[in-house]
Design a protein around this ligand. Structure first.
Ligand code: IDP
Length: 141
């Protein structure tokens, strides 16, 4: 995969539990992103801690890890030019109260922690996160 052409998303446990997987994936595809890897998986505590290691000193870290290991997530690699920035726009602000109308978080998030979906915040993290979830045989660029 060429850096800058993809991002990594994860539909978080609350949105999976509430049956929003189909709606969210449909929204993503209609926005012009191509799904080039997809899986449902549940992260043990240690994996969730590694995924979010850059937040390990934040006050919400334990709450975040507890939430992320609480049930299955749906992870996907999404291909599009300018994927990272365009996808951050599509999902909206971290806090659903601040997210714009029409964004995925505005539609499906419950709270700042239970905010329905993840999107990589840089091309470097997109690369790290894609390889965190998917082997070469699971990526269809
Ligand atoms: P992002 O997911 O919008 O990039 P980050 O700041 O990278 O937001 O935070 C990672 C995740 O940690 C968020 O998506 C959210 O689930 C959780 N989080 C962030 N800030 C807070 C907070 O102030 N309180 C509770 N949870 C938070």
């Amino acid at each position: 995969m060429k850096k800058g052409t993809f991002t990594l998303t994860m539909i978080k446990p609350v949105a999976v539990k509430e049956h929003h997987v189909g709606d969210i994936l449909s929204h993503i595809e209609h926005a012009g992103f191509r799904i080039i890897a997809l899986k449902m998986t549940q992260m043990p505590k240690e994996k969730a801690e590694v995924f979010y290691e850059e937040h390990k000193d934040k006050p919400f870290f334990n709450e975040l890890v507890t939430f992320m290991k609480s049930g299955p997530v749906v992870a996907a690699i999404l291909e599009k030019e300018n994927a990272v920035a365009d996808f951050r726009k599509l999902i909206g602000s971290t806090d659903p109260v601040e997210a714009e109308e029409g964004t995925i978080r505005k539609m499906f998030a419950k709270s700042k922690t239970h905010n329905a979906i993840h999107g990589s915040d840089s091309d470097e993290n997109a690369m790290r996160e894609a390889w965190f979830f998917f082997s070469e045989m699971e990526q269809f660029s």
